[in-house]
Design a protein around this ligand. Structure first.
Ligand code: FO1
Length: 314
């Protein structure tokens, strides 16, 4: 069964890893959010692409979920001493990724080609595609009337500002990266990973060619299942629940299903939210309650297998 997974952030990377363990490599394509990307210290940084690739390669920092395991922080310590901007924690090994990506981009290589080369080097089997080779930058609008670049909001200001909305700058002109539309067209199903709907999945859907191909395949009967990133009213990691609340929406698994309503054939929520399954079904999609917390690789694989089996009944 050919699967396209849409992913961003740590939760998304974990389920993508589970799908990579549950499927033959040739049957999985992961389309990754690039709205978090930014230039920092002169380096082009792609946090969600790196988080997915590091996780699929088994190289990710197991505690943080992002960055590399076994890191040293000598560059950052020296930068701090010089009074440089040390708020974005790049480890010494992680910096090689940013240096080499920036070098290749400056030579004119597309992000998708660089990602393919890096996946080969890291031994990542499934195809990992950035959503676009064109710049699409998530800006966060706040109650203070500001617009913050994503990493400024997420890391530098620790997701503190109250959000009122988001803009994906560049989305109108952005083309889907090579291979993305084809993978969606040839897929038997799409899995929307437990990523932040507002700033990980929405940027992917903001690319018209991707959104249109997904809707067209959905109308032709392709199944689309999402796994809830909200469990018991909270996000396991990141600001998804806080964003729902600040946008005036009670942060529940049901609210996530409602945000994707129309697109989904099925929705996987956690056992703690099983009481919402009926309301999710009333939205016109199948609903499955299961243990959706991924603490181990086995949990990741199990949730992926349950999600894939659910595709057969939704
Ligand atoms: N997230 C943080 O909360 N603090 C950091 O210092 C940080 C550094 C970092 C470095 C490389 C990288 O690939 C990701 C990094 N992240 C960090 C995560 C990043 O902010 C992602 O955008 C989030 O995971 C949301 O997708």
């Amino acid at each position: 069964m050919k699967i396209v997974a849409l992913a961003g952030g740590v939760g998304g990377a974990k389920l993508a890893h589970g799908l990579a363990m549950a499927l033959p490599s040739a049957d999985l394509t992961v389309v990754v959010n690039t709205g978090d990307d930014f230039t920092h210290l002169g380096l082009h940084i792609c946090p969600d692409v790196d988080t997915v690739c590091y996780t699929l390669a088994g190289l990710a920092n197991p505690v943080m979920g992002w960055g590399l395991a076994g890191e040293s922080w000598n560059m950052l310590d020296s930068l701090k001493r010089l009074g440089g901007p040390s708020w974005f924690n790049m480890g010494d090994r992680d910096i090689a990724t940013h240096l080499e990506r920036t070098r290749r981009l400056e030579l004119g290589e597309p992000l998708s080609g660089i990602t393919r080369a890096f996946c080969r080097a890291w031994g990542v089997q499934p195809v990992v595609l950035p959503m676009s080779d064109d710049p699409v930058a998530t800006w966060v609008q706040t109650v203070a009337g500001e617009e913050l670049p994503f990493q400024e909001y997420f890391v530098h200001q620790g997701c503190e500002p109250q959000v009122t909305g988001f803009r994906f700058v560049g989305a109108e002109a952005a083309r889907a990266a090579p291979g993305v539309v084809e993978a969606i067209h040839n897929a038997d199903a799409i899995v929307i990973c437990p990523s932040n709907p507002w700033v990980s999945i929405a940027p992917i859907l903001s690319v018209a060619e991707i959104r249109e191909e997904i809707w067209s395949r959905r109308k032709a009967g392709m199944k689309i299942v999402a796994v809830s990133p909200i469990i018991g009213g909270k996000a396991l990691k990141g600001p998804a629940a806080k964003m729902f609340a600040e946008l005036g929406i009670q942060p529940t698994a049901l609210a996530v299903a409602e945000k994707y309503a129309g697109l989904l054939s099925g929705f996987v929520l956690d056992n703690v939210d099983a009481d919402q399954a009926q309301a999710v079904r009333a939205l016109g999609m199948a609903a499955l309650a299961t243990d959706s917390v991924m603490k181990s690789d086995d949990d990741r694989r199990r949730l992926a297998e349950i999600t894939l089996a659910f595709l057969d009944v939704c």
